[in-house]
Design a protein around this ligand. Sequence first.
Ligand SMILES: C[S@@+](CC[C@H](N)C(=O)[O-])C[C@H]1O[C@@H](n2cnc3c(N)ncnc32)[C@H](O)[C@@H]1O
Length: 440
Amino acid sequence: MNKQAVLFEDDFFEDEIQRCFFENIKLSGFSYEEVDIGDITFKAGQEESIHRWYRLTPSYSPELVRFFLKEFKLKENDVVFDPFSGRGTTAIECQKKGIECISFEINPLLQAVGEKSLRWSNDYDFSLFNKYITECRGLVKKHHNQTPDEVAASFRTTIPIIHDVYRWWRPSVLRDLIIFRSVLYFESYRNIQDLLWVAINKAALDCANIHRNHPTITFDDDHGREIYVDYEIENNLTAIRNDLIRYCGPRRETSKIICCDSVNIDAGFLGDLQIDAAITSPPYPNRFSYVHQTRPQLHFMELLSDRGAATEIDLKAIGGTWGRATSILQKELIIPDEELKQHLCYYDELSRKSILMCNYATKYFSDMRLHIRGIRPYLKQGFRGAYVVGNSRLSGIEIFTEVILGKIFESEGFSVQKIVSFRKRGGRKRLYETAVVVSR
Ligand SMILES: C[S@@+](CC[C@H](N)C(=O)[O-])C[C@H]1O[C@@H](n2cnc3c(N)ncnc32)[C@H](O)[C@@H]1O
């Protein structure tokens, strides 16, 4: 499965960017390994139990987590850390194997999805699923002449406070979604509430007027699709039941996901925990905003108190790039300290081209350095970590994330064991996904 790349032979390179990528790794002195474990994207997870309950396109595959669990020889009683949990791929995979995992996630929607995906209670009453669907169908029929606002008032709730709400959901779709969401909180469904939440959360996006299977959310205003909220939710519940039948039981719930900030690690969350390994993937410096991309569900599942709350989370998130997070970076050039600057090989050229992009990248790497510093007190001797990242291009300048991150790890007292490259993405604009494998 593993193949050592035939690095640096002249006829090896397919294009200039590929040549730069390898040249840069060669210059860094880090050892390099190429690994083929199949599709490492979110798509592979959509075929697997539990993982398929939520689709986060920047997720990595469960196979990637299994690869590092094996590589690091992790077993029960070891503690794995995922400071950038996303939809919870690492936590789910660890729990399937009975390995303890603690994960952090700053986005409350993703934290909730992940945490609810880990409740493998033995006590679920799956017969309530049918009762719930039947009751909701009855209420949909009863309220079919009402507007979403009227229905929301009947159930003492509100319609989502997202801008241009009917561009996101047709009124009839939103009305039905609100009914399903309201019934979820009825006392009679308390036993299955978390599972209903997961099913509705997935349906809220699948029933929206957006292009599906795109990495970023864009409106699909004239799609003309027939949307049946009840069938979407029923199908989601069937998948959830089928998956849980396999996993519910006496096995321990070994993973947990906490909503907190991995840049400023709060000692209260890790306590005296000692971590054996990290398997994680921070955001890439590619201007993808997780908060922006999850905003319809953040709003629909009522996780934000007001519209401004989303921007506030994005400001704290690594690589956040939405609204104020961008305007703040436009002001004046950030001058990093010498220790950091020596690793930022893009800095001089990019600062001449675009202050915004240069600041964006510099903030990204200084946040990552703070994170790396913050975890040091919690690592067991012999700790190993895999940080999966991608390179990117800002204003036409290559950002070799893996090498810069590796250098920062070294400055903070870690050893870089190797850079593992998984696969190549894209056509002409080449992008690489790599894991920086470190130890301490
Ligand atoms: C590449 S995604 C992780 C995907 C994950 N490996 C999976 O399979 O779903 C990066 C995640 O880091 C989160 N994040 C960004 N800044 C953070 C911070 N300061 N603290 C904790 N999580 C953060 C983002 O919200 C996003 O979910």
